[in-house]
Design a protein around this ligand. Structure first.
Ligand SMILES: NC(=O)c1ccc[n+]([C@@H]2O[C@H](COP(=O)([O-])OP(=O)(O)OC[C@H]3O[C@@H](n4cnc5c(N)ncnc54)[C@H](O)[C@@H]3O)[C@@H](O)[C@H]2O)c1
Length: 251
C-alpha cells in the first residue's frame, strides 16, 4: 500500500472511532482523527504518533457544512488526499415515540445522515480523482427496529440505502462503499443506555451477552477489524454490502 494514503475517521475521539483510527494507522494509513472537540481528537492522534504512526486531530461537527469543507481541506493539505472515509460519528437520543421530541429526531438525523452525506460529498472528490476510495458507514443492528429508537433506527436504516447508492454511483471510479452494522459493543454509548434504563453497565453487559450466540458482547476491536478489511486493497470487489458484526446472524 502507498504510505501516503490518508484515512478520515469521524467520531474518533473515543469508542469504536478511536479504536478504528488506531487500527487504520497500524495498517499504514495517515489518519485524521475527527471529532467535535479538537483537543480530544488531538489526544487520540498523539497516541497514534507515539506508537510510530502518522495522525492529526481535527475538530469538525459533521453536521455543519462549513466545518466539513474546511476540515476536509485541512486534512488534504496536512496529510494528503483522503481516500478512506469512515463515517462513524453518532449520537443517541432515545425515547418512546410518544415522548420523542422534534429535537431528538433532528439531532440524530443531522449527525448520522446529514453528517455522512456532507463528509462523503467532500471526500469523494479526492477519491474519484485518485481513482481509489473506500467508504465505510456505521449502521447498527437497530436498523431492523428497536424499542425507544425510532430516530436512531431510521437513521441507521437510511445509512444502508445511502451506502448502496454510493456503491452504485462511485464504483466506476475505484471507490467501494460498505456499511458495518454492529450489535452490542462495549463503549460509552452502551454505558449511557444502561444508565438511561436504570441498570448497572456490568448487569447490562451480562444480560446482553446471554442473548448473543457467541456468548459475549462486542468490543471496538471487533468493529475496527471488519472496517480494516473493507478498507484494504483486497476488498475491492466487496461493495454495497451491509455487514452485521453482532456475534450472531442478522440480515
Ligand atoms: N456501541 C454500540 O453498541 C454501537 C452499536 C451499533 C452502532 N454503533 C455506532 O457506532 C458508532 C460509534 O459508536 P460508539 O459506541 O463508539 O459511540 P461513542 O458515543 O462512544 O462515540 C461517538 C463519538 O462521535 C462523536 N460525535 C457525536 N456527534 C458528532 C458530530 N456532530 N461531529 C463529530 N463527531 C461527533 C462523539 O463526540 C463521540 O466521540 C456510532 O455511529 C454508533 O451509532 C454503536
Amino acid at each position: 500500500m502507498s504510505p501516503t494514503r490518508t484515512a478520515i475517521v469521524t467520531g474518533a475521539a473515543r469508542g469504536i472511532g478511536a479504536t478504528t483510527a488506531r487500527r487504520l494507522a497500524s495498517d499504514g494509513y495517515a489518519v485524521a482523527v475527527v471529532d467535535l472537540d479538537e483537543a480530544a481528537s488531538e489526544a487520540v492522534a498523539a497516541t497514534i504518533r507515539d506508537a510510530g504512526g502518522s495522525a492529526i486531530g481535527v475538530g469538525i461537527d459533521v453536521g455543519d457544512a462549513e466545518q466539513v469543507a474546511a476540515g476536509v481541506a485541512r486534512v488534504a493539505d496536512e496529510l494528503g488526499a483522503p481516500v478512506v472515509l469512515v463515517n462513524n460519528a453518532g449520537i443517541i437520543r432515545d425515547n418512546l415515540l410518544f415522548k420523542m421530541t422534534e429535537d431528538d429526531w433532528d439531532a440524530v438525523m443531522t449527525v448520522h445522515l446529514r453528517g455522512a452525506f456532507l463528509m462523503t460529498k467532500a471526500c469523494q472528490a479526492h477519491m474519484t480523482e485518485t481513482k481509489f476510495g473506500r467508504i465505510v458507514n456505521l449502521s447498527s443492528s437497530s436498523a431492523q427496529g428497536n424499542r425507544g429508537q425510532a430516530n436512531y433506527s431510521a437513521a441507521k436504516a437510511g445509512l444502508q440505502g445511502f451506502t448502496k447508492t454510493l456503491a452504485i454511483e462511485l464504483g466506476r471510479f475505484g471507490v467501494t462503499a460498505n456499511a458495518v452494522a454492529p450489535g452490542f459493543i462495549q463503549t460509552d454509548m452502551t454505558a449511557a443506555t444502561a444508565e438511561r434504563i436504570g441498570v448497572s453497565f456490568e448487569d447490562f453487559i451480562e444480560h446482553s451477552a446471554k442473548q448473543i450466540p457467541v456468548g459475549r458482547v462486542g468490543q471496538p476491536e471487533d468493529i475496527a477489524a471488519t472496517i480494516s478489511f473493507l478498507c484494504s486493497e483486497e476488498a475491492g470487489f466487496v461493495s454495497g454490502q451491509v455487514i452485521y458484526v453482532a456475534g450472531g446472524p442478522l440480515d
